[in-house]
Design a protein around this ligand. Sequence first.
Ligand code: BGC
Length: 423
Amino acid sequence: MRNFARFMAFVALFTTVVAPLCAQTAGERKLEVFSWWTSGGEAAALDALFKVYKKQNPGVEIINATVAGGAGFAARPVLQTRLAGGKPPDSWQTHPGRELLDQYVGNGYCEAITELYKNEGWDRVFPKELVVDLLTKDRNTYAVLVGIHRGNLLWYNTKLLEKNGIKVGNQLSFDQFFAACEKLKAAGIPALGVGDSGIWASAQLFENTLLGVIGPRGWTALFSGKMQWDDPRVKEAMKLFAKMQDYVNPDHSALSWDQAIKALTEGKVAFSSMGDWAYGEFVKANLKEKEDFGWVCHPYTDDSFVVIADSFTLARGAPHKQAALAWLKSIGSKEAQEAFNSIKGSIPPRTDVDRAKFDAYQQWSMDSFAEDDLVPSCVHGEAAPAAFEQALNDAVAKFVVDRNVDNFANALVRAAKESQSRK
Ligand code: BGC
């Protein structure tokens, strides 16, 4: 956790809820939970949370309000309309950090759940740095973390690489990566599987490549305004990202992220740079690590952990407040966190879980989280305000077509200035 001070340099910066945490005693028989978890692995993991809740709260009907679209690109506008219209779901999925604290808490849409933390003794089992820095504003805590994903991974189809004489060790350099891409290209195989309907998956490929070039210190400098978006090192990352476009599947814009992962498992593409929710897809498809798929850190990001965490809120004016509080209590429990994360691919934020219940990949991810530099994701709402996140997506959408480095850099310089001036 030693890296949290730096991690929190970007994330700017307890209302009492006393409640009988049982929906039935309050006569509530419904609970509406809003999320974007609709892929195979995501839906299965969400269902694991629902099962634990139903066991503890029999008789409460869960309204599973999902809006499909990875990273919430389609769900967030729908949620925004509901919140602005005074029709909130009881609880919704959000990324902690800027997204939770600026967009939702800052606009008065969330009710604090500080008392829940006290009553459940969560101060002892959730890392203080996570709760205080990512979920708390003006001493009030606003969400419960369910899982922590690592964003900077390169997944691959083991058999396809073997067949093409490509070996991937414990680390991969950009040169080795491009050499593999060339070999695959010669064999008529798109090396890099991207499913960027909604564009964010390409923005994530760029985010991971950028981190590989500027490193975690550069990341802090860039997002704190000390390094500019037209810095030569940023441009170097843009050039590498442009070069990657030569190896991307031609149908990328028609595919969702999970369809791109499916293409990887089917041997239609070889690699995919994606967060470890991809691991959830492999688990769901009963695929075996090493035999069917493998993973390595995105080039030169070995000592960084790009944090993409998931949490749930309590709506201000929640239609079923007691049922929602019972939900938050349930998803914060050890039982729910173990069940959910082993399916989702993320690691549990709780520190008292049974490590043996997790696969080798997740045990590795737990170690990485403890030892590596923690880097907040921009694409997933932690490092920068929503307006900048959107500007990055827009700039990436243009760049994958025109590959004009100067235009890309200038657009981001302008967007960074605008978001600075709005502070
Ligand atoms: C969320 C993950 C989700 C992924 C793809 C991320 O923003 O944090 O939970 O699986 O998007 O939908």
